[in-house]
Design a protein around this ligand. Structure first.
Ligand code: FE
Length: 346
């Protein structure tokens, strides 16, 4: 924690220290994917706009924007969770974006609120599915074809899942609350707690590895973490994949939960035009294909050709995604946290 604050303080000093003639773009990013470096480099090469970047998590970035107020050097905000994008929007941390390019590229359901002047609060540029993996030696695929089934008593002692308060889980649970209502969602969350093989710890990759190690038999993960292991040449990762089955839950009902990564222009941006230019760059076919090939995310723009065998294999080529609105997931966050407290899901 302390190290992080020091780093952020240092990064702040570095931000904005450009010579007068040099165009810059100050990004606060919650993306933690090394493959993104190529995108930043490519953008600077083609536009001459130098990028300064502060890395933190979604909550850290929103707290920092609030604390900095009008003095914030941030131009562009990149977040990796639907409910945090929604939160930034409703708390007034973004300024409206007007861009014909983004309007054309990004489907309406993957955007923030529209203004009466034709502007938009933020745009998603990639999606990821929250899926289930299981140990093929002990569990049948048909026992796990819905999120609801994760709470079935027959899976007692089998489940590995990261903290309930992590944004990836909060957004999934917010969607469940919308579909099931409060009483059923509370029962479902209680069922997850009762089925845990261990108290929540670690990230999604840790849950996948724990299934392969036999510590648990079922885990919840974002799709790109699984794809990384699928694409790895390491013997240990090949051994993991030999033991794992994958399910895209709720194909016969409302569809698999999708989360998004998206970008917004900071309310007090000093370089808003550069920020929009970067978002437009992220919507180009080249950058969109890079999200798929580099970080195993699905592009948002229509007609983008992706060459990613892992994504094809895990999803069977295509899948039904939950069409629930992002604002519904966002609005449900406070209630979800209350339910988690009630059932003791840490
Ligand atoms: Fe992640």
């Amino acid at each position: 924690m302390h190290r992080l604050s020091l780093y952020l303080a240092f990064a702040l000093v570095c931000l904005g220290t450009s010579t007068a003639a040099e165009p810059i773009l100050n990004i606060y990013s919650a993306r933690h994917y090394p493959s993104d470096e190529a995108l930043y480099g490519d953008f600077t090469k083609s536009t001459g706009i130098r990028i300064n970047r502060v890395d933190s998590d979604d909550a850290g970035i929103l707290a920092r924007l609030k604390a900095e107020g009008t003095g914030s050097p941030a131009d562009l905000i990149l977040l990796v969770d639907a409910s945090r994008l929604w939160k930034g929007e409703v708390e007034g941390m973004f300024q409206p974006i007007k861009s014909k390019i983004l309007d054309q590229a990004v489907p309406p359901q993957l955007r923030g609120k529209a203004g009466s002047d034709g502007s938009t609060a933020w745009f998603a540029f990639s999606t990821r599915a929250r899926i289930v993996v299981y140990d093929k030696t002990t569990v049948q695929r048909t026992e796990l074809d819905t999120y609801e089934a994760l709470a079935d008593p027959k899976h007692k002692g089998r489940l590995c899942i990261r903290s309930g308060s992590h944004p990836y889980n909060l957004s999934l649970f917010g969607a469940m609350l919308e579909h099931l209502g409060e009483a059923k969602t509370q029962l479902w969350l209680k069922g997850l707690v009762d089925n845990m093989a261990r108290a929540p710890k670690g990230g999604d990759t840790d849950q996948i590895r724990s299934v392969a190690a036999g510590e648990c038999a079922v885990a919840v993960t974002n799709s790109y973490y699984l794809a990384r292991i699928m694409r790895s040449d390491k013997a240990e990762d090949k051994a993991i994949m030999a033991r794992l089955g994958v399910v895209f839950p709720n194909q016969a009902s409302w569809g698999t939960h999708l989360n998004i990564a998206g970008g917004a222009v900071a309310k007090h941006a000093k370089n808003p035009a550069n920020a929009i230019r970067f978002l437009e760059y992220l919507a180009t076919p080249g950058a969109q294909a890079h999200f798929a090939d580099g970080n195993n995310e699905w592009p948002v723009a229509k007609g983008v050709q992706i060459k990613n065998e892992a994504l094809q294999t895990m999803s069977g080529g295509s899948f039904k995604a939950d069409a629930i609105s992002i604002s519904a997931i966002g609005i449900n966050q406070i209630k979800v946290q209350q339910l988690l407290d009630r059932v003791g899901f840490r």
